[in-house]
Design a protein. Structure first.
Length: 191
């Protein structure tokens, strides 16, 4: 009984995080969803593209349930994970979102078909023999990690906070000044 509860709980949490990630793109221009916001080029649509590959790979080949569309192999010498963190001009937002939806459906089909203790194999992990439970926790963690990145990117773009794609109308300047002042005082400067 606890196994089914745990599996359903993890899947519900994963579905929430997936939907929240996609909502981060709501109301933004093509440029804003694609433009690099960090030194390494992190961008909103690129995060979705990256997680598409993660969903397809972890809930596909790891459980001998190959993803129906071609995905690059880590063993391919030409593979560069950075290529899956940005979106080429010929890839549309709809293409990326549709691919993510397909990968999540494939992942959900794997989760639905297997018990939580189903064995899998992740050859690039230090302890490669895993259970569906391990991979569900991993993907939930990875999705939430990138969702946190998306939260910050979206806040920097237009002030939208958390799960709400509408920019905040709160004036945060006084709070930010208080935080800045505390940081300066902590290191002994007040300038």
């Amino acid at each position: 009984m606890i196994d089914e509860f745990a599996k359903a709980y993890l899947q519900d949490a994963l579905n929430w995080a997936r939907a929240d990630l996609v909502r981060k793109l709501d109301g933004l221009s093509e440029y804003d969803v694609r433009r690099p916001r960090t030194l390494t080029g992190t961008n909103l649509l690129g995060l979705v593209k990256h997680l598409t590959l993660s969903e397809a790979r972890y809930f596909g080949e790891v459980f001998d349930r190959p993803y129906p569309n071609p995905i690059p192999s880590f063993a391919d010498p030409a593979f560069d994970n950075r290529d899956y963190l940005w979106v080429r001009p010929d890839e549309s937002r709809a293409d990326i979102l549709n691919a993510y939806t397909r990968a999540c459906r494939h992942a959900d089909a794997t989760i639905d078909a297997l018990p939580i203790d189903a064995p899998g194999h992740v050859p690039w992990w230090p302890r490669p023999d895993v259970k569906l439970f391990n991979v569900m926790v991993h993907l939930l963690t990875e999705t939430n990690r990138h969702l946190g990145h998306a939260d910050i990117l979206r806040e920097e773009l237009d002030g939208a906070l958390g799960s709400d794609p509408i920019p905040s109308t709160t004036d945060w300047s006084a709070h930010r000044a208080k935080v800045e002042q505390a940081a300066r005082l902590a290191v002994g400067t007040d300038t």
